[in-house]
Design a protein around this ligand. Structure first.
Ligand code: NAD
Length: 452
């Protein structure tokens, strides 16, 4: 079904159409103005899909996109310029260099939770690196998908950047094609399927997946700061954030204080069913899934819900153990389980002997704990004394590790994800040792032994 589309893009790519930096910059500038012109329409669509407010839309979707566009417009010349490398003795005289080649036709499959940002941020990196792009937004945010398809497909040529709408069937059909790069953001389960499909064509992938991201609150934690920042990061987008703290692991000595401070912060923020700025759960299926994770016996705050509004109150669950349903899957909703520890070693063991999460957070004032956190724990990325904000630093790579993903992007890391670093050694036509060429006499062997 998608063969002509992919062929068309590959033909354009092979015609060298995407290589010039002026072409790429024009494309990025055009994308910037198309997005700006249609910002209100996009915001209305995201709001219609799951009630995301204009504030969240601007701060968590558009700002990341504009920052990424500006980064590439400013830095493309230096990113794309060949770099020189040293040449080793046995290859002299020669000049060595590394050239950054676009990979070709890129497929980007996006999720629904930040449906604009997670569609365009990888697309911008792919276009900046000189690829063509086919983008498939999520079917769970259908209005956003429709607007994205409309504004892109009516403003860009099919061979440069094209949006395909649809769900699992369309995604699977796309994956039957041979791409030169697949960039997938979504669940671990789907990521596995995408990886398998990519293997069929030996296509390189970046997989941006999920997982259960822990937030450790240690004995020496600045509890007030921790409570405020955790509440903000957890209930942002109604908990539907891949790097939201999935659960808290708190030292017993500060647990009560942390819970009390978190409740204060939740109440201050007024996450009411009628709050125009508090997003809904994306659909009824997810609403029901999240409710099933709540054990009312363990709720210390929240637990209210409203099916018609797809509203779930920010909910804190205390005395949670690894056997609880809420610890059996990524929560991806406004429910925060709290586990408690006495002994750092035990807590560290529990976390590090489970799949490596996309993010991890530590609140602590203790330099020894901070060092342990940095070296003993494996996770995609994270913060000390904050949550979520590392995603907004364009100078850091963003991505998972092991079960939470492979590869990374943002800023120069996105450029690298969509490029091949091609080494070229430009040799002089003189000054070559004869020893390399046969026949391999005893005399030559003696020289080799000496050199080694
Ligand atoms: P999902 O895996 O259900 O869907 C993601 C995309 O894959 C959608 O476009 C969907 O149409 C497509 N898809 C679904 N099933 C498919 C199949 N069998 N074959 C091919 N394509 C298929 O994920 P979701 O529900 O949209 O997103 C939630 C998940 O994404 C969470 O696990 C979250 O942690 C993760 N996530 C990760 C990041 C990140 O940056 N690492 C960001 C956002 C979300």
């Amino acid at each position: 079904m998608y063969t002509p589309l992919v062929q068309n893009q590959r033909k354009f790519f092979l015609s060298q159409g995407t290589k010039s930096l002026d072409y790429r910059k024009d494309l990025l500038l055009k994308l910037r103005s198309v997005l700006q012109e249609n910002e209100v329409e996009l915001q209305r669509a995201v709001h219609a899909d799951f009630g995301k407010s204009r504030f969240d839309f601007l701060t968590t979707e558009m700002s990341m996109i504009y920052n990424e566009l500006d980064f590439f417009l400013k830095n493309l010349d230096s990113l794309a310029a060949p770099t020189t490398a040293k040449t080793n003795l046995s290859n002299l005289p020669a000049l060595s260099s590394i050239h950054y080649d676009p990979l070709g036709v890129a497929l980007i499959i996006a999720p629904w939770n930040y449906p604009v940002q997670l569609s365009f941020t990888p697309a911008i990196a792919a276009l900046a690196a000189g690829n063509t792009v086919i983008l498939k937004p999520s079917e769970l945010t259908p209005k956003t998908s429709e607007v994205i398809a409309h504004i892109i497909n009516s403003n860009f040529s099919m061979h440069q950047l094209h949006v395909v709408e649809g769900g699992v069937a369309e995604s699977k059909a796309l994956l039957e094609q041979r791409f030169d790069k697949i960039f997938f953001t979504g669940s671990v389960e789907t990521g596995r399927k995408v990886y398998k499909a990519a293997a069929e064509h030996l296509t390189p992938v970046t997989l941006e997946l999920g997982g259960k991201s822990p937030c450790i609150v240690a004995k020496s934690a600045p509890v007030d700061v921790a409570a405020k920042r955790i509440v903000w990061g957890k209930f942002l987008n109604a908990g539907q954030t891949c790097i939201a703290p999935d659960y808290i692991y708190v030292h017993s000595s500060v647990k009560d204080e942390l819970i009390a401070r978190m409740i204060e912060n939740i109440e201050k923020a007024e996450y009411e069913p009628n709050a125009a700025w508090y997003p809904k759960i994306v659909n009824f299926e997810h609403f029901e899934r999240i409710l099933k994770l709540i054990d009312q016996q363990k709720v210390v705050y929240g637990g209210q819900h409203h099916a018609e509004k797809r509203y779930i109150q920010p909910t804190l669950m205390d005395n949670v153990s690894w056997d609880d349903a809420v610890m059996g899957e990524e929560v991806f909703g406004p429910v925060l389980p709290i586990l408690c520890y006495e002994d750092w070693e035990q807590m560290e063991y529990e976390i590090t002997h489970r799949p490596s999460p996309l993010a991890a957070y530590l609140f602590s004032r203790d330099s020894h704990e901070k060092a342990r956190f940095k070296t003993h724990f494996h996770f995609g990325g994270g913060c000390i004394n904050d949550v979520v904000m590392h995603v907004a630093n364009p100078h850091l790579p963003f991505g998972g590790v092991q079960f939470s993903g492979t590869g990374s992007y943002h800023g120069k890391f996105g450029f690298e994800a969509f490029s091949h670093a091609k080494p070229i050694m430009h040799r002089a036509t003189f000054g070559e040792p004869n020893i390399k060429y046969p026949p391999y006499t005893e005399e030559k062997l003696k020289w080799v032994k000496k050199l080694l």
